[in-house]
Design a protein around this ligand. Structure first.
Ligand code: ATP
Ligand code: MG
Length: 134
């Protein structure tokens, strides 16, 4: 089995979608390993999204992800990294399939409710950033 970092981003928390997202995780059969509500400081946000530092949308991305509390979680299960990204759907909610979190619950790219690590290397890095005790 495998672990991945899940975020319910500030838009999802503000819209009351924490229960919806956690419910999907639990119904899928993943194990919750860690769970925390917190507001990111800019340094943590810039580190989390470091791969996008040169992108034109980086400043807005950091503004958004630090704009309010988010839910950070570590989940565990078989092929958790790719499976969770399938459950989230495409980055752009307009292209995300019905039945996925982004397909069902979002319309715009910048407010797409949830995050999932995109590789084993990203998962290890992001889990260490959010939950250094794990
Ligand atoms: P996340 O990392 O948040 O789980 P992702 O892996 O599906 O999403 P990334 O390519 O890592 O997508 O982009 C990170 C976030 O940056 C996206 O979730 C989205 O909110 C934002 N983003 C990505 N591309 C664009 C873009 N072209 N314009 C504006 N925002 C973007
Ligand atoms: Mg990503």
């Amino acid at each position: 089995s495998e672990r991945t970092l899940v975020l319910v981003k500030p838009d999802g928390v503000a819209r009351g979608l924490v229960g919806e997202v956690l419910s999907r995780i639990e119904r899928k059969g993943f194990t919750l390993v860690a769970l925390e509500l917190r507001t990111l400081d800019r340094a943590t946000a810039e580190s989390h999204y470091g791969e996008h530092a040169e992108k034109p949308f980086f400043g807005e991305l950091v503004d958004f992800i630090t704009s309010g509390p988010l839910l950070a979680a570590v989940i565990e299960g078989r092929e958790a990294i790719s499976s969770w990204r399938t459950m989230m759907g495409a980055t752009d909610p307009a292209k995300a399939a019905p039945g996925t979190i982004r397909g069902d619950l979002a319309t715009v790219m910048s407010e797409n409710v949830s995050h999932g690590s995109d590789s084993p290397e990203s998962a290890a890095r992001e889990i260490a950033l959010f939950f250094p005790h794990l």
